[in-house]
Design a protein. Structure first.
Length: 440
């Protein structure tokens, strides 16, 4: 239900009845001052129409209520209760434009009717019309300065208008009037979150949950605040609690999967991604993420399947080609891996990962002559992994280019320094033999 309906649905039936009675007295006063006009037809039974509308609103049958109330305002255009409740019925039917007109007519007849000002302001917030909302909510706050929810919604309107500091003051006023207003603490947390005041946001969301543990959005706020504080493990706990209450929020579940990936909790990441995939397999980035997590779990056939699915949706994405190439390499599908790395470099000729993958696939196919130029380019880059010099050395060794092989082995030993003991042993043995062969 929208904000307006949510607010009014919180009123008990007695409150609605009282509102009808009070407005009826007001309408009677207005009618008493209006000039009498003759009518050729019998007047409809206004009390019966209002009573039928009241009963329909009480059971949330907004369509029936609207029908009765339209008849009422046609018969008596100056009936404040009929216009007010017609606006409410239209809100329940999500007919916002009609609701606005009915509230505006109500306020023509009764400019200081607090409930109409408040409801119309809330309606304009829902319609993202901040200036109009501000006009009515400012008036509502002036009419009832001790009404906590008037300050709450005025704060929301100010925030919508891009005035977060003024919004914060209104929300704090709302909480001074009603300290136990959980949604007020939640709204403050939202403002703090948008301002990257993550610690303040966390405190506000915690207070909201303390007051109303059934407020799942506050768990989401806590998760985002913890993430802002770089407490990813704590964030994951709050995301899980939020999703337990809101399991259909696929985007948040997808986001949680990414957090689990960052935490190296790959099984949890996979579980969440699979849940999203079952509902919306076409969600952008999902297939690639499933490819990534399956690769990390060494489930290479599944990884290949999802990377191919990602590429079907975005055939010109170089990183998808590179990732698929790496998985194919792990599956020892060397010619296919080579093709994917070449496709990556065609789309992004600066990709070192793709160049390394291509060099590796060629090397494993024993195409050493083609591998050497790629390796030579790679080892000229900064922060070269020592293993590349070892591969380059073995290429030269296979090609019987002894001086180049010796130089590459020695460079590998200089950089490795005990990091790759097995390869270091091989490199020392080959270097000794090459030195003897070269007369050194």
């Amino acid at each position: 239900m929208n904000e307006l309906a949510s607010l009014l649905s919180g009123l008990c039936q007695k409150r609605i009845t009282a509102l009808f009675a009070a407005l009826s007295l007001l309408a009677a006063s207005v009618r008493a001052q209006a000039p009498k006009t003759s009518r050729n037809t019998a007047a409809p039974d206004m009390p019966a129409l209002l009573r039928a509308a009241e009963e329909a609103l009480g059971r949330k049958d907004y369509a029936t209520a609207a029908t009765a109330l339209k008849s009422a305002v046609t018969a008596e255009p100056d009936s404040v209760p009929a216009w007010f409740n017609l606006a409410y019925a239209y809100s329940g039917l999500r007919q916002n434009e009609e609701a606005v007109k009915a509230y505006q007519k109500t306020l023509e007849l009764a400019p200081d009717l607090f409930e109409a000002r408040l409801n119309l302001g809330i309606l304009f917030i829902e319609m993202k019309q901040a200036p109009a909302a501000l006009e009515h909510l400012e008036r509502a706050v002036a009419l009832k300065p001790q009404h906590a929810r008037a300050h709450l919604y005025y704060g929301r309107a100010l925030n919508l208008a891009g005035q977060p500091q003024a919004a914060e003051k209104q929300l704090q006023t709302a909480l001074l009037v009603e300290p136990g207003l959980a949604i007020g603490h939640y709204d403050l947390g939202q403002i703090y979150l948008s301002e990257k005041r993550f610690a303040d946001a966390a405190s506000a969301f915690e207070k909201a949950l303390e007051l109303d543990p059934r407020l799942p959005q506050a768990e989401l706020g806590l998760a985002l605040a913890a993430e802002g504080l770089q407490k990813e493990a704590e964030a994951a706990v709050h995301f899980e609690k939020y999703l337990a209450a809101m399991p259909d929020d696929l985007e948040t579940r997808f986001h949680l999967a990414r957090i689990y990936l960052a935490l190296d909790k790959n099984e949890q990441a996979l579980s969440n991604l699979q849940q999203v995939y079952q509902v919306d397999p076409k969600l952008p980035g999902l297939a690639a993420a499933l490819g990534d997590v399956n690769a990390l779990l060494k489930r290479f056939p599944e990884s290949e399947r999802f990377y191919r699915e990602a590429l079907a949706a975005a055939p010109d994405e170089p990183d998808f080609h590179r990732a698929l190439g790496q998985t194919l390499l792990d599956e020892e599908k060397l010619p296919e891996a080579e093709n994917e790395f070449r496709a990556t470099l065609k789309l992004d000729n600066h990709s070192r990962a793709a160049a390394k993958g291509l060099a590796t696939s060629l090397y494993l196919q024993k195409r050493y002559q083609e591998t050497v130029p790629l390796m030579e380019a790679l080892v000229r880059s900064p922060d070269v992994p020592p293993g590349l010099f070892f591969l380059l050395a073995t290429c030269y060794d296979h090609l019987q280019a002894r001086p180049q092989a010796l130089a590459a082995y020695e460079k590998f030993l200089e950089l490795s320094q005990g990091k790759k003991p097995d390869q270091e042993w091989q490199a020392r043995q080959r270097a000794k033999l090459l030195k003897r062969e070269l007369g050194k």
